[in-house]
Design a binder for this molecule. Structure first.
Ligand code: SAM
Length: 268
């Protein structure tokens, strides 16, 4: 099986859209982005992190935004609803794209947010097609970072912004399974330094480079201390071992095996 197929298989929960439909109940009133935040923000610190990164990227309604590795589309819907911009979501997983399209219709945002299945290393867009690219908790699955960052620079207009929020390698062996991989065969973490070097090599210059590891660790401590979220949540997307998988990520962060990085860079 190819690496791409293995990653796609990891993110292929059978019957996801049907399970989301039953959990959300009857289609009446439009849903808000906030109502879905426990379900559709598939990264550490959820919508808080998306809000911070979007603020740092400085978007406006005229921007053409790509959310790469968009999952079930929560961040893409947040960007469109908050800034009024047009957002395209791309993801390897047909199941996630199907759910993303359904949830976007329920939020009445389909005129501004569109989705398609695709691979980050072979994007179906022309040069300079976007003003901003978001990449949240995706690079960990991509071995060939040089090609990833070169592809992002290609599809960004000159001066375009690349906003990323990712897990980085620190000083220990990762305890698996984690949300992005069941074992090390589909996990490709880089250190902060190697990530920055790869981005600079591809032609990006950082305007924000922030270590969010302590913030993430504090957030996990609070989340683990409280009851599990009520209502539709990421357990629907990640399956029954969701608590154990998320617990491992919290442990990896707490024990400094991995870190969490927020960055905004300009293509130059
Ligand atoms: C942990 S989820 C994050 C989803 C979303 N960015 C969010 O924060 O809600 C990682 C996502 O990256 C996608 N992904 C991984 N490798 C990819 C690739 N080569 N091309 C496109 N998407 C990819 C997966 O399918 C999955 O939806």
């Amino acid at each position: 099986m190819s690496l791409t197929a293995k990653v796609r298989e990891h993110y292929s929960p059978a019957g996801l859209t049907d399970r989301i439909k039953s959990a959300l109940g009857p289609e009446g009133q439009p849903l808000t982005v906030g109502q879905l935040a426990q379900l559709d923000q598939f990264h550490t610190r959820g919508i808080l992190a998306t809000t911070e990164l979007a603020g740092a990227a400085g978007l406006d309604a005229s921007n053409r935004v790509l959310d790469l590795g968009c999952g079930v589309g929560g961040p893409a819907r947040y960007l469109a609803a908050t800034f009024g911009c047009a957002v395209t979501g791309i993801d390897l997983s047909p199941d996630f794209i199907d759910a993303a399209i359904y949830l976007t219709a329920r939020c009445e945002l389909s005129d501004r947010v569109t989705f398609q299945v695709g691979d980050a290393l072979h994007l179906p867009f022309g040069d300079g097609a976007f003003d901003a690219v978001f990449l949240q908790h995706v690079a960990m699955n991509i071995e060939d970072r040089a090609s990833l960052y070169a592809e992002l620079r290609r599809i960004l207009a000159p001066g375009g912004r690349f906003a990323t929020y990712d897990v980085v390698l620190r000083d220990g062996d990762v305890v698996y399974p984690v949300p992005w991989a069941r074992d090390g065969s589909t996990s490709f973490l880089l250190s902060d330094g190697d990530t920055r070097a790869a981005l600079e090599q591809a032609g990006f210059k950082a305007t924000l480079w922030r270590d969010d590891t302590q913030t993430a660790s504090d957030w996990f401590k609070g989340a683990m201390a409280g009851p599990p979220p009520s209502g539709p949540n990421l357990g629907l997307v990640m399956g029954p071992d969701f608590p154990a998988i998320v617990g491992n990520l919290g442990r990896n962060i707490r024990e400094n095996r991995v870190g969490v990085l927020s960055a905004v860079l300009i293509s130059h």
